[in-house]
Design a protein around this ligand. Structure first.
Ligand code: DGJ
Length: 719
């Protein structure tokens, strides 16, 4: 279906509706396109046309609602786009020309609005891809011109949203900062007038310090079940910038896109520049509803095999680091089977000969098996794994190079570094120049070579540990300011090629922990590594915060020796996602091993609910002695509730029941504590109890967390 709108003198109103929400675009008397509404959809669509009359319009007061704010003409707010025309003029004016709405399928629609500068042959198309059932929008822009010469894009945002001011509590921004092993530290504060910016200039590993994902609550901070909240994030794995501008009339303008710092882009006539998408959803029912929408959208449309299965695994990073050989690995393959997981994942340290990878200072770039450690190569390990009845996966970091490597010596021009400055290293390494198609071929070749030589290789962990210092590409010559953008597009080219040839093979997105988690990258991956911090106490908080944006199936949670918690706590925390292990199995006592083995059986029975069910955050670790989180199957016949004591002081614990959510009030559920440590009794007192969904959601259940029951997993089954 295709509806075409015509340029007309009269006002054009374009409502973009999803199941519960609407965005309304509207032209003004000068044919400027404004976003006049973003919120719950109105019952009477005819009323959209009148929304703007309720607000002061663009005038001397400086209040503007441009759907994509140009700079240097009549708009005075923070621009979404700034250009230098071919003649050197910096003024851009964009007026509405036409729009089309097409239906991609029953769920997805695409609105494209074309705008042009009346004085220059310069065009911007705004794309709004909406997912009706999920209430999600992906928005991007395509910029083109036919001027006589190069036009420089000084700023080129993906999206420009306008949220209408209100008389009550303003806008509240929830944002994230962090660092290595400290990912996803939240902060929430009321926005004041002026501009607040969150951004990254790190190039690769772009959200090491800040994330592009955020939540804006309206009136007051939304809770899990109440309040108006907009969630947004860039689908971009490089430098990003999001400006939040609160204007004099208390309207909030959000401008999200690639960070334009040191990144002006030179656009030839006739060539299209497509920005990455900015993703958002809105809910009138709090953060829980908004994040379930995002999770369901991600499973269905974004991540690889979101409705499919995942492999449990044993990783050797923390048990061996770089110190292993074939006989050690043979033992680990046996342990993999003994533990009862699906796959053994060989981490860093397996490659490099003239510069053996025995530490993090050598070998990156030389992706040949180290002959001393692995004289019979990867293929013999894959076979040996199969002989043990498990699969085999491997770690790579193909975007990087150590100066101590053959690759660095052979191709110094493939490395991002300034020709006239000393090299500056991050973890002793440099970043390869993925703007260069030859480097893209090389990186694709690393992955393709592994799969071609080892067709039964079942999993890859793709790491990225360095940021870009001294940005300079020998390949880009005069277009140095393209480097950050072309790098990411080069990376996506490689990942597209990998996915074209290996559509479903599980790939883990890792970046020295969670330094690069975003939906731009995740469309090529099945899962991500949230943090190198695997202390389960810390992980409760880290996983909790990731869960606002990402479904549990994407979160690789490994049981390790970090922290002081008992094995039960560690396993229970890893279970709320995609479970794995990174411990020395031989060091486990008999009862610890048998606990892990039976927990894996429980996980097997519940993983479908955890991976594909609806998630409800019940009690926050930030506000309570214990955190509670649950997952409910689509048909509400199965659920699992995880409860972790995070404040283990004298007398702390769950003293009142926790109300469950998402159940069928009319169903009866058998509640049973699972993952009981050998010899331990259930907190429920009995083997199992039955309650109606009505009781569990209105009265609740006390998970009984205390110093004696630091973690409790309850399984619910409708009877
Ligand atoms: C950083 C990752 O986050 C770790 O899990 C591990 O793979 C190391 N790199 C290996 O160098």
């Amino acid at each position: 279906m295709l509806f075409a709108g015509r340029a007309a003198a009269q006002q054009v109103t374009i409502p973009v509706e999803t199941q519960h929400n609407a965005i309304v675009l509207q032209t003004d008397a000068e044919k400027h396109l404004n976003m006049v509404y973003l919120g719950a959809k109105l019952a009477n669509t005819a009323e959209y046309a009148g929304i703007s009359k309720m607000y002061k319009q663009a005038d001397d007061s400086g209040v503007q609602n441009d759907a994509y704010t140009p700079s240097g003409s009549a708009s005075l707010g923070e621009p979404a786009i700034t250009v230098t025309h071919a003649d050197g003029n910096k003024s851009l004016n964009l007026t509405y020309v036409s729009h089309t709405v097409s239906k991609v399928d029953d769920d997805i629609s695409l609105l494209v609005v074309t705008m042009k500068d009346p004085a220059y042959d310069f065009e911007v198309k705004l794309y709004y891809k909406t997912y009706f059932k999920e209430d999600v929008t992906e928005q991007w822009s395509v910029i083109k011109h036919n001027e006589k010469g190069i036009v420089t894009l000084d700023k080129y945002a993906s999206a420009n949203l306008n949220l209408k001011g209100n008389t009550t509590g303003g806008f509240w921004l929830k944002q994230y900062h962090g660092n290595w092993a400290m990912e996803m530290q939240p902060e929430e504060a009321r926005l004041t007038h002026g501009i607040k910016t969150i951004d990254s200039k790190l190039g690769t590993r772009a959200n090491l310090y800040e994330h592009s994902m955020f939540a804006i609550s309206m009136d007051k901070p939304a809770t899990e079940d109440e309040g108006k909240v907009l969630y947004g994030a860039m689908e971009w794995s490089g430098n990003f910038r999001i400006d939040f501008e609160l204007d004099v009339a208390n309207n909030l303008k959000i401008i999200a896109g690639i960070n334009n710092a040191a990144s002006e882009y030179h656009l030839k006539p006739g060539v299209e520049f497509t920005t990455p998408a900015f993703l958002y959803t809105y809910s009138d029912h709090g953060k829980g509803d908004a994040s379930r929408k995002l999770q369901s959208w991600a499973r269905q449309y974004k991540i690889v095999d979101g409705n499919g299965s995942r492999l449990t695994l044993l990783n050797n990073w923390e048990s061996t680091y770089f110190d292993f050989n074939e006989s050690k690995l043979a033992g680990l393959l046996k342990d993999t089977k003994k533990l009862g997981v699906d796959l053994f994942l060989l981490d860093d340290g397996w490659f490099g000969n003239s510069h053996p990878r025995n530490g993090d200072n050598a070998g990156l770039g030389d992706w040949q098996e180290n002959k001393q450690k692995l004289p019979n190569g990867i293929s013999s390990l894959v076979k040996e794994a199969q002989a043990n009845g498990v699969k085999f996966g491997i770690w790579i970091e193909p975007e990087m190079v150590n100066p101590a490597s053959d690759l660095y010596k052979a191709h110094p021009d493939w490395v991002i570094k300034q020709p006239n400055r000393p090299e500056k290293y991050f973890r002793n390494q440099l970043v390869l120049d993925l703007a260069n198609p030859k480097v893209q071929d090389f990186v694709f070749g690393v992955v393709d070579g592994l799969f071609t030589k080892n067709p039964d290789l079942a999993y890859i962990k793709w790491d990225c540990n360095a940021v870009i210092y001294n940005a300079y590409s020998a390949y880009l010559k005069k277009d140095q300011s393209h480097i950050y953008v072309d790098y990411v597009n080069g990376l996506y080219n490689v990942l597209k090629r990998v996915r074209a040839k290996y559509p479903k093979v599980p790939l883990m997105l890792c970046s020295g922990g969670g330094g690069r988690v975003d939906y731009g990258a995740l469309q090529y991956f099945t899962e991500f590594w949230p943090s190198d911090n695997t202390d389960p106490l810390e992980r409760v908080f880290i996983q909790w915060e990731y869960s606002f944006f990402y479904p549990a199936i994407t979160s690789s949670n490994h049981v390790t020796d970090w922290g002081k918690q008992p094995i039960k706590f560690r396993v229970d925390v890893a279970m709320m996602g995609k479970m794995g292990f990174d411990i020395v199995i031989g060091k486990l006592s008999e009862s610890e091993l048998s606990f892990c083995q039976s927990a894996l059986k429980n996980y097997d029975a519940l993983k479908d609910v955890i991976w594909h069910g609806d998630q409800y955050r019940l009690a926050s670790p930030w506000d309570n002695d214990a955190a509670s989180i649950m997952y409910v199957s689509d048909d509400k016949s199965k659920a699992v509730m995880f409860n972790y004591l995070v404040n283990n002081r004298y007398g702390s614990g769950t003293k009142v029941p926790v109300r469950l959510k998402g159940l069928d009030p009319n169903k009866k559920y058998r509640v049973k504590e699972i993952n009981l440590y050998p010899g331990a009794g259930s907190v429920l007192g009995k083997e199992d109890l039955t309650f109606t969904g009505d009781f569990l959601m209105n009265v609740g259940i006390n998970p009984g967390n205390s110093a004696y029951h630091t973690s409790v997993v309850l399984q619910l089954e409708a009877i």
